[in-house]
Design a protein around this ligand. Structure first.
Ligand code: ZN
Ligand code: ZN
Length: 119
């Protein structure tokens, strides 16, 4: 297994301006109040990206026994994923998963239209 150098630190959220404390068991990579993150990592926790754009949460996906938050960078449009932290606001996660389900439904609909055309 690869080991990354994870940097766990306090920061002020650039979206909601709340003071975010260290996570302690892993690198804090997003705000637990609004789930926004910042494009600072190339590999998780390495803080080596020069982009520094705001990462906007756009969805949720299953990851092992937990979930990952899917982000889109407002500056470079790159898609990023962070693992859900233990103190994240569960209501926002539920909202995001509803958006994700809506996206999946729309994709399935496209697929259905496509398969009808083929038949
Ligand atoms: Zn925030
Ligand atoms: Zn970026």
């Amino acid at each position: 297994m690869k080991r990354f150098n994870m940097i766990d630190e306090e920061f002020i959220c650039e979206n909601c301006n709340k003071n975010v404390k260290k996570l302690k068991y892993s690198a804090r990579d997003h705000c637990p109040f609004c789930l926004y993150s910042k494009h600072v990592d190339i590999l998780p926790g390495d803080r080596k990206s020069n982009c520094k754009g705001l990462l906007i949460p756009i969805g949720i996906e299953k990851f092992k026994s937990s979930y990952k938050i899917v982000y889109k960078c407002e500056k470079c449009n790159e898609i990023h994923k962070n693992i859900v932290a233990s103190d994240d606001d569960i209501n926002i996660i539920i909202d995001l998963s509803v958006i994700k389900w809506f996206m999946i439904l729309q994709e399935n609909h496209k697929y259905m239209v496509l398969s009808i055309k083929i038949l």
